[in-house]
Design a protein around this ligand. Structure first.
Ligand SMILES: [Zn+2]
Length: 492
């Protein structure tokens, strides 16, 4: 949840252009050197790429090569099986030194020692690759070399074949073919790269929820808790589908492993990875369940409804607002926990605005997401609450944020058209039948304080305290109007 490279990759490559439909297959052999190496073979048409191919990498000061450090024994042959001279240009890009353009057979090893480096600068090791006692986790970025073309979506016919040790399986978000360990990548090259997989002798569980096929890949220490995950994911997927009035993809992979470092999650195109530190039970679910629900809601807001530029306040902030209200709706968290979560959000907002005197607008805060976390997530959440209340007040509680998000989903999710701030305003105006431009001028691009106390009061809640010490409680003798608004938002 703390990284945007995966989403940016999606934005960069979303624009359509001419098609290229030569099939691309990747052969992954996990049977060599006790799984300390993955041997990869592919044939890439590099004509359009002018004989260049690349792999994503995230260099750091300590590891200037990033993921490329783990690429070894690269060989390239032309279609006459003649070895080619390859020059590494840096930044994950190679060039074949040939006068002619064409298709090339490329082979290389990935050394599975990513855990020897620190990946905090790009979202943590769970966004790159790691090893567990049961097997190996990878994102597509850390495994696959692809043609250096401007539009990865142009390459549509992509498949992956695994050669595995006995008793191993490959859990992927891709479509199984009748052949064992063989998959077709749904859609295009972006879905090869911007996804995660787990390969090993781990536990796999498939469940169906409506149109959803949910595949869990669980580490052995996590397996005992499979029902905790299903008990969370089932209601979250159902309620999110209802909220957006539709659901995007049919197959999702969820990889869950224990971590000695941190509890964290990362969403990809149609998969996500979750690592959990500490005990897994109902109590700790308030923590990891929030992350898991947040990442799931990104499958709609973030990975299907995609911004044209930087709209982190909407992508992260609204996703976090929805996480809080849908977890309450589904009774996964109780009302006091909802209060506590919102108290935390308000506290952070107050610290940023009052103690630190930070004058960055909520919209601008996303340009420096890590530094402005409290504004992106917290400020964005409060904008979500404000907008929910304003839409409800404008429509006599007949419409709410769900109708607006469903409108966004229809206009931008189903069509793959990236949205901008003006599209958000237009969708809000359409749903509320009022001109709500002022709301965005004040609270999103402007610096007006979000009147949290008033908004909470509108839904029958009282906010006391100040700065980092705030308390939410139900008002005494709420009006029917307040109760209706609260019911509309929280289902309570
Ligand atoms: Zn997020």
């Amino acid at each position: 949840m703390k990284n945007l490279f995966s989403l940016l990759a999606g934005i960069l490559f979303i624009f359509n252009s001419f098609g290229q439909n030569n099939p691309v297959n990747y052969d992954l052999d996990f049977t060599q050197k006790d799984q300390n190496i993955v041997h990869i073979k592919t044939t890439l048409d590099l004509a359009e790429a002018k004989n260049r191919f690349f792999m994503f990498c995230h260099p750091s000061e300590k590891n200037p090569e990033g993921e490329i450090k783990f690429v070894k024994n690269l060989t390239v042959k032309n279609n006459k099986k003649k070895d080619q001279i390859v020059k590494y240009l840096g930044d994950g890009t190679w060039e074949i030194q040939s006068a002619t353009l064409g298709s090339y057979a490329i082979e290389y090893d990935i050394i599975t020692e990513h855990n020897t480096e620190n990946w905090e600068h790009c979202g943590g090791y769970d966004e790159v690759a790691y090893k567990t006692p049961e097997g190996l986790f990878f994102t597509g970025y850390s495994l696959f070399m692809v043609p250096d073309i401007p539009v990865l979506a142009d390459v549509k016919n992509v498949s992956v074949h695994f050669t595995l040790p006995k008793n191993w399986k490959a859990s992927t978000p891709w479509i199984k073919t009748p052949k064992p360990n063989d998959f077709i990548v749904n859609e295009d090259l972006r879905f090869l790269l911007n996804n995660c997989i787990f390969v090993g002798n781990h536990y796999e569980k498939e469940i169906k929820i409506g149109d959803f096929e949910l595949l869990f890949a669980l580490g052995n220490t996590i397996k005992a808790n499979e029902n905790d995950f299903i008990g969370l994911m089932q209601p979250i997927i159902e309620s999110t589908t209802k909220f957006f009035n539709g659901s995007p993809k049919k197959k999702y992979l969820i990889v869950v492993n224990e971590s000695s470092v941190i509890t964290d999650g990362s969403a990809f195109r149609n998969s996500f990875s979750q690592i959990i530190k500490g005990k897994i039970n109902k109590n700790s679910r308030t923590n990891w369940g929030h992350i898991m629900a947040h990442e799931t809601i990104h499958l709609w807001n973030g990975h299907t409804i995609i911004p044209k530029g930087q709209e982190e306040w909407f992508k992260e902030g609204f996703t976090d607002y929805l996480t809080n209200i849908l977890l309450t709706h589904t009774k996964i968290i109780d009302e006091p926990t909802f209060y506590k979560r919102f108290e935390n959000v308000i506290t952070r907002y107050n610290i940023i605005r009052d103690l630190q005197q930070n004058k960055t607008s909520i919209k601008e805060s996303g340009t420096n997401k890590n530094q402005n976390r409290y504004l992106v997530y917290g400020g964005g959440t409060l904008v979500g609450l404000g907008l929910d209340i304003e839409i409800r007040k404008a429509t006599g509680n007949q419409k709410g944020l769900d109708d607006f998000m469903a409108e966004m989903y229809t206009q931008f999710g189903k069509t793959n058209i990236p949205y901008e701030l003006k599209d958000i305003v237009a969708a809000v105006n359409k749903v509320s039948k009022k001109n709500m431009q002022w709301f965005f001028d004040d609270y999103v691009t402007g610096m007006k304080r979000i009147p949290v106390t008033e908004y909470l009061f509108d839904m029958g809640l009282q906010l006391d305290g100040y700065l980092e010490d705030v308390y939410i409680s139900p008002v005494e003798n709420p009006t029917q109007e307040q109760l209706n608004l609260k019911k509309g938002i929280l289902g309570l």
